[in-house]
Structure formats: C-alpha cells, structure tokens
Design a protein around this ligand. Structure first.
Ligand SMILES: *Cc1c(COP(=O)(O)O)cnc(C)c1O
Length: 360
C-alpha cells in the first residue's frame, strides 16, 4: 500500500496512527462486538466515546467551564446562518470582517437575518492581508463581531486576536483550530467544520460562552438551537457518531504529541520550510503579506503560469497530490494541516527546488 502526501484543503489528511487504530477497531470496538458506526448513540459505549472526545478537546484548548462544547452537523456553512439565529439576542445588526471567500459567504448568509456592517475589509488588497485593528469601524450596538481567523483559500491567518470590548467575538476557525494554543476566553463563540484539521466531514464543533445562549430566534430549528443542544449534550437527534469517534482519536493523538504548544512549534517549523524557500527564489511567489501568512494553507504561484500543468503532473508522479490552487485564485495551494508530517513538507520543498532547477 502506498500512501501519498495529500495537500488537500479539505477533506484533508488524517494522522496515520488514527487511521490505523480506526481500522483495527472497525469490526469490534473494545470488545463490544460491533463497529462504532453500528452503535446506538444512546448506548453506554458511544456515550463514553462522546464524553471522552469532549473532555480531551476541553483539555487541549483549556476551554473554561462556562463555555459549552457542541458537536453538531451541517458544516461551517450551516453556522453562517446558525450564528445569527442564535446570537442576535434582540439586536438588529452584527459586525463582519471581510478577509476573503469564506468571510464573504458568512456575510451573505448573515444578511438574511440582520443588518451586516462590514467593519473592515481587505478586498482592496486582493485579500492578501489581515486588516489592521485600528482601521476597523466597529458598531458598539452590534450583536457580535464575526471574522474568519484563517482564510483557507487566500491563506491569510490572523496572528493576533481582535479586541471588541463587550461585544462578543465570533470566529470561523475551520481551517486552523487545534494548530496552536487558543485563548478561548477572548471569544464569545468559535466554530469549525471538522474536515480540515480535526477529522471526517459531517462533524461541526461549536464552543460558545454560556451566557450568550437562550435567546435564539423563534424560527431556529431545534437541531440548530445552541441552548437546546447544549442541554441535551448535542444529542437531541442522532449525532455524526463515527465522525465524533475519529475526532476523539485525533484529540488523543494531539495529546500524545504534547498538546497545543508542541503542535504549534511543529506547525511553525513546517510552514517556515515552505515560506523560506519561496522567499529565496524568484521562481515561486507568495501573494500574502509576510506577517499574515497562514501556517496551514499556503497558496503560491509560479512566475511562469504556463508551467502550472507540468508542475501538478510532476508533483503527482512524486506522490504529492491536491496541490492545485482554488479555482477562484489559481496557482497552487499546499495545505499542511497538523496531520501532514514534516517529511511530507520536506518532500514538497525538495520537489519544488528540483522543478525550479529543471525549468527555471
Ligand atoms: C471549509 C470551510 C468552510 C466550509 O465548511 P463546510 O464544512 O464545507 O460547510 C467555512 N469556513 C472556512 C474557513 C473553511 O475553511
């Protein structure tokens, strides 16, 4: 069996030890005589899997006790609507920061529920940077401030936490949650689809401060009502059981590596390997401002875009896959999530150097 180095933006690479353990437990989980996929979500086995996953996530991110952790469905895109449904709390407007494709989608959806004030935008800079806080035009009456802390497509990552005073800060962390330590207490709500840096598609994680719950719009579906889901341990209906199980294995894997501090060091080292090389050659180019570059998603272009096809073809023959950039920006994109090993990043940079030697 030959595994490739998979640079997909999502669904994305998973840690090999997790896949191996899941394979070993596929037919008989811990002597239960069945696969996790076949278990009742109300049975003691799955309740234990679910509770342990939550406890491990709480430990990894040091989530304070007055925050609820929800395991939902619908993806991050559902949260674009579910956040205003739950968090408007009688207010009529919310602030949004526009830093790229994903924040634009969040804004578009929020407009169905409230008045959106775009408090800051990097659109004029072609979404190549994070707008400086002192240029944000925040509305003190906003129900919350929403931003995308890592723009998966543009490769822009906030290296700082916005300050929003008493207005709750909401972040879409889909593509970099668990890549670094996180000060949860700076946020009112954090959400993330699992399929980038956590586990399989189908699971969406929400971390929300308790005092923000209980004022959802009356039309909010029960499955999307944070308060109702929190009271039912995210099980008012059948949760995505297998995805929760795999996420739980990923949390254990992160703990065994040494947790968030260690993971961050590894991610700094991995991303520096790519950026340092890109910056020392004219052959490749990073479109993102150096201070705002993502450690997870690295878009880059070849100066000569006529070589794009050949680059992708050669990369694939070296077992380096899914490097094509998002259709909206072109070029290349290497997503190097937690589960991408250092040797995969080294193989990529070695290949890029070799390709430059042959075609530069
Ligand atoms: C992938 C992604 C989404 C969409 O996630 P779905 O789970 O497909 O809805 C939203 N925001 C960000 C930042 C993403 O990377």
């Amino acid at each position: 069996m030959a595994r490739v180095f998979n640079f997909s933006a999502g669904p994305a690479v998973l840690p090999e030890p997790v896949l191996r353990q899941a394979a070993a437990e596929m037919l008989d989980w811990h002597g239960s005589g069945m696969s996790v996929m076949e278990m009742s979500h109300r049975g003691k086995e799955f309740i234990a899997i679910h509770a342990e996953a939550e406890a491990d996530l709480r430990e990894l991110l040091a989530i304070p006790a007055h925050y609820k952790v929800l395991f939902l469905q619908g993806g991050a895109a559902a949260q674009f609507a579910v956040v205003p449904m739950n968090l408007l709390r009688g207010k009529t407007g919310a602030d949004y920061v526009n830093t790229g494709q994903w924040s634009k989608k969040a804004i578009g959806e929020a407009k169905k529920y409230c008045k959106v004030n775009v408090a800051a935008s990097s659109e004029a800079d072609n979404f190549s940077c994070a707008p400086l806080q002192d240029r944000w035009k925040l509305d003190p009456d906003a129900a919350y401030v929403h931003y995308t802390s890592n723009e998966t497509i543009g490769g822009v990552e906030f290296q700082w936490i916005p300050r929003t005073g008493d207005v709750p800060l909401v972040a879409d962390m889909s593509s970099h949650i668990l890549s670094r330590p996180l000060d949860v207490s700076s946020y009112g709500l954090i959400y993330a689809g699992a399929q980038k840096n956590i586990g399989p598609a189908g699971l969406t994680i929400v971390i929300v401060r308790e005092d923000l719950l209980g004022q959802a719009l009356p039309t909010t579906p029960e499955v999307f009502n944070y308060k109702v889901q929190a009271a039912a341990d995210s099980m008012i209906n059948t949760p995505p059981t297998y995805a929760v199980y795999i996420a739980g294995l990923v949390f254990k894997w992160l703990k065994s590596l040494g947790g968030m501090q260690k993971m961050e060091q590894i991610n700094i080292a991995k991303s520096a390997l790519v950026y340092d090389y890109i910056d020392q050659t004219e052959f490749y180019h990073s479109p993102v401002a150096a201070a705002d570059r993502s450690r997870m998603n690295i878009p880059f272009t070849l100066r000569n875009d006529r070589l794009d096809e050949e680059f992708l073809k050669q990369a694939k023959s070296h077992a380096l896959t899914q490097l094509k950039g998002h259709r909206s920006v072109g070029g290349m994109r290497a997503s190097i999530y937690n589960a991408m090993p250092m040797e995969g990043v080294r193989a990529l940079v070695d290949f890029m150097r070799d390709f430059e030697r042959k075609h530069g």
